[in-house]
Design a binder for this molecule. Sequence first.
Ligand code: ADP
Length: 541
Amino acid sequence: MQATMMDVPLSLNHLLDRAGTIFKGNEVVSRLPDKSLVRHTYGQIHRRTRALGAALQALGLKKGDRVATLCWNHHVHLECYFGIPAAGGVMHTMNLRLAPGEIGAIAADAQDRFLVIDDILLPLYRQFAHLHRFERVIVFGYSGAPVGEGFDDYEALIGRADADGFVYAEHEENDAVSMCYTSGTTGRAKGVVYSHRSTVLHTLVGCLGDHWGFKGTDVLLPVAPMFHANSWGTPYAAVMLGMKIVFPGPHLHADDLLDLMQVEPPTLALGVPTIWLSMIQTYERALTEQPGRWKLPQGLRSLVGGAAVPESLIRAFDRHGVWLLQGWGMTETSPLATVSYPRAELTGAGPDERYRRAAMAGVPAPLVQLRLRAEGAQADAPWDGRTVGEIQVRGPFITGSYHGVTPAPDKFTPDGWLRTGDVAVMDDLAFVRITDRSKDVIKSGGEWISSVDLENALMAHPAVAEAAVIAIPDEKWSERPLACVVYKPGLAPTAAELAAHLLGHGFAKWQLPDRYEVLDAIPRTSTGKFWKLKLRERFPA
Ligand code: ADP
């Protein structure tokens, strides 16, 4: 029997049209380099985005051509999210925090035809321009300065284009719309390519109440960069629901974000744990040193993921009326694949249980199949909260290959599941708890020690601001844990005090770090996570 439904392909264009018609008066606010704010309505964004589509086609963009972006979070980047695919192109968001050589290599790998770039990033462009030739470099005059010779001016280009006459490029729902390279924390960067279908489905799942629970009444502050895993898909959700967006631009220090929150209070924010770690330290210091300077928006929900979220951080924000909602995912998974939300069985649970669950990666999202496989095992690991296995996933917004790479045999299982390289346990309520990345696990005397568990316990010590634990080689035990710690200003606990604290958190003696190295700061990756590779280089033994 044949279904009788219309065969309308899932499309980002529909999301854009919805914002531009149903929500045309709602606002998108962008912070400029001089920290002033510029405002557009969705009606204006809709028109400008269609003009971008028309302009790109007039420049000769063909279906499937890559258009790279090198931009901070702002309205023009949002226009690229929709305007490039609307014209039939594929938006390739490039990570502006990578080394110039890496950016050039990635642009060459993606074979980008055009580039859209913020004028304040042109000095970076000049450092990699010799590695890849873009046919057109379209400059957004973000700083307000005139766009120089030899470049296309974004505003002039869309000003001349025929927004009214623009017709969306024909497409099928599986056609590519965007691509993002894995940040290469544990290997060579590889391109993941998303489709209309994968993006729309991921957006719909993000809006479910039992997932992120986005609503049109939310005010979104996307701190996670739009060049990293699509800012977790939130720009698409915001446009679909007509949500007000407040883009922070290049000003991502804790005090800048707190300043912005005073004038444009968000209800929803997102970023990696290190952002929230520095924000809570800055905020709590100001409570005594500059009382009244800032107030955290009450009822703010913040999505946190990309690295383990310490329970102590969740508790600290909750004391100030902000709830951190943890999710797990990766560039390959669009990225949201699990969320730690309070499922029905937890109704009435006490605060300790609530915090304990919130510090887990959470429950697999609808449409995501997730299993744990122990090394070499043919069957799934049981959901007993103890048995450790690698997370493997499958689903309509999970990548099945990498751009231009014959799938490395170890990234996909023979039956087609993505091997994430993350090690976890699951319990009977299907809560995933990440214990490590396979490369970060500490193998001591045949037993595994979770670096994540040690870090979280260390960061629960009142004197510890940040902690990262790595393995160092050991003749007798093969590997032993070394803890790198950053203390809060004016505090300096001894190694014995830290060890006693860890014993109090249920660690056995043999699991305790052999050494503590006190640092000024833990090095960060290009996406703001603790960079253990750098620590391993610094402390090879
Ligand atoms: P990279 O692998 O370079 O960091 P991604 O930004 O795609 O690139 O990061 C995905 C990885 O981030 C996951 O494989 C996992 O190791 C880590 N991660 C994401 N969310 C969480 C989380 N909630 N808890 C622990 N680790 C997480």
